[in-house]
Design a protein around this ligand. Structure first.
Ligand code: TRP
Length: 336
């Protein structure tokens, strides 16, 4: 009874995850982090740094993970995540993720997994074919369900993975009785953040602007950004609607539609000046984040404390859910 009353007053729970691939960039910032920062006030929030997931693409070079996790925690905090409001933690420090993954792996068939578009794409792109890679979305489903998460904030590309988590929760509940919350996706429409070459921004393509880059590095990188290929020199009419630089102006320049697009179209504004304006605005927006970053980087102990206490909070939550799971399966041998 007490439990039910309490839940009434609790905020709904959300969980999201990010792989520690290093150097968070403005694509991650605009596409996910800013949204997480907003959500932390309305929800009971868990932000998971999914180091086990990152092994699917590279299981050999594990020595870099510690620093990447550290840097990612700094990126999260400098973007505005507040460890008082949300638990920031490392996936592998909460072992129950692996336990539920194993149980879930029994409830899903191999063809269901190979039919997922992310499987086919990455298998092709990255030549991945491991057992762990096949199970990537099953681990993700465990990440989500083990928190009894109500919602999962992700971009469109991850939507099917959340549906899969919902399917797995339903399947578990159908077999063992109602136990696990069936999570829903929380899609937010994000601005398009093209990389320097116009493709999706990504660290592996080296077409990114990272939070860790200095103002000068940002200026130098923007200089080599692609523009409308038909606009060769100042005076040539440009097409903002196809220009990746303009896509960034739309995010970082408040009046881009009136101050940038018309003079670009008429030819009055050349690409060099246009990029200078973008550099100024982008650097101005990132300045407080970069300042906080520099401050936090000096305080190594604090960062590890945040991650440690985040894991403790995460663990409290998952223990409750895993106890229910073991009980439902009649596998809590020593307590029944
Ligand atoms: N697969 C997600 C991505 O690549 C990362 C992720 C892992 C995740 N576990 C999650 C996202 C749980 C949301 C919820 O972006």
């Amino acid at each position: 009874m007490a439990e039910i009353n309490l839940q009434k007053f609790q905020k709904p729970t959300i969980l999201s995850g990010m792989q520690p691939t290093g150097d968070l960039h403005i694509g991650n910032l605009e596409g996910a982090l800013r949204n997480w920062v907003k959500l932390q006030d309305q929800y009971n929030m868990y932000c998971c740094i999914v180091d086990w997931h990152s092994l699917t693409a590279d299981y050999e070079n594990t020595a870099i993970l510690k620093d990447r996790i550290f840097q990612m925690a700094i990126d999260f905090l400098s973007a505005g995540l507040d460890p008082e409001k949300c638990a920031i933690f490392i996936q592998s420090s909460v072992k129950e993720h692996a336990e539920l993954h194993l149980i879930f792996s029994m409830l899903i068939t191999v063809p269901t997994l190979t039919r997922l578009p992310t499987y086919a794409e990455k298998k092709e792109d990255k030549g991945l074919d491991s057992y762990g890679f096949l199970g990537y979305p099953v681990l993700q489903a465990a990440d989500i369900c083990i928190y009894d998460a109500d919602k999962v904030p992700v971009g469109r590309d991850q939507e099917k993975h959340v549906w899969l988590a919902n399917d797995l929760a339903k399947r578990f509940n159908a077999i063992y009785g109602p136990t696990i919350k069936e999570p829903e996706v929380l899609i937010s429409e994000f601005p398009v953040v093209p990389g320097l070459d116009g493709r999706k921004m990504s660290k592996s393509l080296d077409n990114h602007i990272a939070l860790i880059h200095t103002e000068a590095e940002t200026a130098a990188r923007l200089k080599r950004m692609f523009t409308d290929p038909q606009k060769l020199r100042k005076g040539d009419p440009g097409r903002p609607e196809i220009c990746p630089v303009f896509s960034l102006h739309k995010i970082y320049t408040a009046d881009a539609d009136t101050s940038i697009a018309p003079p670009c179209r008429s030819g009055e504004l050349g690409c060099v000046d246009c990029k200078k304006k973008l550099t100024e605005n982008l650097n101005r927006t990132l300045a407080p984040i970069r300042a906080k970053r520099a401050e936090l980087e000096k305080n190594e102990d604090f960062i590890w404390d945040v991650l440690k206490s985040g894991s403790v909070r995460a663990h409290e939550r998952v223990s409750m859910v895993m106890n229910k799971v073991r009980r439902a399966m009649k596998m809590d041998y020593f307590n029944s």
